[in-house]
Design a protein around this ligand. Structure first.
Ligand code: ADP
Length: 637
């Protein structure tokens, strides 16, 4: 065709600006060009399929996206048998930017004057991103149902040209004349990697010719590796195309769910639970989420943010759970796919996107509802989940005010009455005896240790259940929770717990008056170690126990301050005594007969140290303690 006409076009201003930015500022995201071209090709196929619904003559039996490499000429071609573009469409689509907000966007960029800005991430420049790796691009396209094909040619700067072209089949070929430095994009391995990473779940096959050497067969049927091999070319499909999240849940088998989970998470186990749904309403998206069966080793490291992939129309955007769920749901794996989001990879811009905010809200609600249902209907299963992820989930009570009530309902504990089983707060409240006012809890290192503590004696005797909290985060949980269903959360070992009834209180007040002198003496004697010695309503068997001041900080917090290198002033505890105990009565007699008695002094010391031991604390001077015990033993004989 020697009479071929070439028309020259100028790019619209915004295209020029965009191209300039793309070419000069996007090196960290170069790979993305392939994703963008594949995504365009896939959209074109979708459009053709859609049109053929009403005009079947336009349809094909099979659709595909093909990647061709010409190493000698350094050409990389991405072709599709999709809808194709007419001459006008080539000019309009590839010569202007139709997207709304383009002008504003470019002005903002200019105002920022940051040439390194992650532009593709903020805008999703699509087709133009190919100019990052190519110094010339030809687009040969034939629109479905039309006779003529056209070629669009551009070197980026200076506009584009349009020519008639020969193309037998409808569809589009994008030919990239790769830059010298971008030869890597001709490598089989590189292409496969990029396709797997970004476009694995594109619904249409992405194929590439793979060359391999085939050696002739010997007489015995084995290959003859000494002979000259024959080069065979085979078309290989590069993507798995299993976008199972776009199917409806009833069309996906358990095996498919599990396989996809393993692909996503690299977990060896099957997932514990699958949450698969389509949200409709103000914002549409599909979510396929998994709760793993086992918590990974790095659950408490927040650096690795992988876990929930965000797709926009089946095109992978990014893998960062923080866009979709708050930290306390960081164990969730899965995919969220929405057509309502812009093709976008910049976290900063994405995080400001109102749609994404809505998706996030929806996803969190869905996960929490699923957990709630599990807890209500299959409590044993819920406990299995909770053992793995409860400590993480609970963080939400502290961090997510909006869902605090739901999260409180989801929090379960072992209690002094539940044996080894868990109990939810709601059940705890149901089980409370009529005369119990508050919800009682105890922060402890382990259940076994907690169960033996003297502070629990009166609670046990009265039949009051106590939540035993052994996770390090429980400290934060109770300090954020404060109350549940209008009932205060009260630490059994803090301050003045109000569990005595009226007559008990009266009696205790009388005793306090009666023993005033002894208690005063003991307080003075132990003033270096305790704030006060007083009678307790907590004890029924033991002589003494140590409790915290109402406003004192907990052990966990103390440890945290230490870890941060901050010194804490020593926090003195309160030594509480059992007024009914015989030892106290004897001690009173001894003190009254001789208020300078060595025996009273020694006993005071020992009572304090016993309380320390019962708490699992270290004695300041264990040698002196044992010596004193031995002396007393001798006296006793
Ligand atoms: P976007 O895809 O976000 O609209 P692009 O710059 O990547 O932006 O593409 C601009 C337009 O060019 C597309 O909207 C589409 O109409 C057209 N286009 C691009 N690639 C193809 C293709 N392979 N087949 C048909 N049309 C295409």
């Amino acid at each position: 065709m020697s009479d071929k006409t070439t028309e020259k076009f100028e790019f619209k201003t915004e295209v020029k600006q965009l191209l300039d930015l793309v070419i000069h500022s996007l090196y960290s995201h170069k790979d993305i060009f392939l994703r963008e071209l594949i995504s365009n090709a896939s959209d074109a196929i979708d459009k053709r399929k859609f049109q053929s619904l009403t005009d079947s003559s336009l349809g094909l039996d099979s659709y595909k996206i093909k990647i061709d490499r010409d190493e000698k000429k350094m050409l990389l071609t991405i072709s599709d048998n999709g809808i194709g573009m007419s001459k006008e469409e080539l000019v309009d689509n590839l010569g202007t930017i139709a997207r709304s907000g383009t002008k504003n966007f470019l002005e903002n960029i200019k105002a920022e004057k940051d040439s390194n800005i992650d532009l593709i991430g903020q805008f999703g420049v699509g087709f133009y991103s190919a100019f990052m790796v190519a110094d010339k691009i030809e687009v040969i396209s034939k629109k479905v149902g039309e006779d003529k094909a056209y070629k669009w040619i551009s070197q980026g700067e200076g506009g584009f040209e349009l020519e008639d072209a020969d193309k037998a089949e409808a569809g589009t070929e994008v030919v990239l004349f790769l830059k010298k430095d971008d030869k890597t994009y001709l490598e089989e391995y590189e292409i496969k990697q990029i396709v797997k990473r970004y476009s694995d779940f594109v619904e249409h096959p992405i194929v590439m010719d793979i060359k391999r050497n085939e050696y002739p067969l010997k007489d015995d049927g084995d290959r003859d590796y000494d002979a000259t091999p024959k080069e065979v070319v085979e078309e290989e499909e590069l993507n798995s195309r299993k976008a199972i999240w776009v199917k409806s849940a009833s069309d996906v088998t358990k095996e498919e769910y599990n396989e996809f989970y393993k692909h996503l998470s690299h977990d060896y186990n099957d997932p514990f639970k699958v949450i698969h749904y389509k949200a409709e309403g103000t914002i549409e998206f599909r979510a396929l989420l998994y709760i793993p069966a086992k918590s990974p080793l790095n659950m408490y490291h927040h650096e690795d943010k992988k876990g929930i992939q965000l797709y926009v129309k089946r095109v992978f955007i990014m893998d960062d759970y923080a866009n979709i769920v708050p930290e306390y749901l960081r164990f969730i794996k899965g995919v969220v796919d929405s057509g309502d989001l812009p093709l976008n990879v910049s976290r900063e811009i994405l995080q400001q996107d109102k749609h994404l905010e809505k998706i996030k809200k929806g996803v969190v609600k869905k996960i929490l509802n699923t957990l709630k249902q599990l807890k209500d209907k299959e409590f044993d299963e819920y406990c299995k989940f909770y053992k793995e992820f409860g400590a993480v989930l609970k963080e939400g009570i502290h961090h997510d005010d909006e869902n605090k009530d739901t999260l409180s309902d989801l929090t379960i504990f072992k209690t002094t009455k539940s044996g080894n089983a868990f109990k939810g707060l709601s059940q705890y409240v149901v089980d409370m005896p009529a005369d119990q006012k508050d919800i009682y809890y105890l922060l402890a290192n382990s259940e076994e240790e907690a169960m033996k503590l003297p502070v629990l004696e009166a609670f046990n005797k009265k039949g009051y259940e106590v939540l035993v909290m052994t996770d390090p985060v429980d400290d934060w949980v109770v300090s954020s929770l404060l109350e549940y269903q209008g009932k205060k959360l009260v630490a059994v070992d803090k301050g003045d717990v109000d569990i005595a009834d009226e007559s008990e209180k009266k009696e205790l007040d009388n005793k306090k008056e009666e023993y005033k002198d002894l208690l005063g003496y003991m307080t003075k004697e132990l003033s270096a170690n305790v704030k006060e010695v007083r009678f307790s309503s907590r004890l029924t068997n033991s002589v003494s126990c140590l409790v915290n001041d109402q406003y004192s900080i907990t052990k966990n917090m103390e440890q945290m301050f230490k870890a941060m290198g901050q010194s804490m002033p020593v926090q003195k505890k309160i030594l509480e005594l059992n007024s009914e105990h015989k030892l106290i009565q004897v001690l009173k007699k001894e003190y009254e007969s001789n208020n300078n008695s060595e025996l009273v002094k020694d006993y005071t010391d020992l009572i304090y140290q016993q309380a320390l031991i019962a708490e699992g604390d270290k004695l300041q001077d264990p040698v002196a303690f044992t010596k004193k015990i031995t002396e007393l033993m001798l006296k006793g004989l």
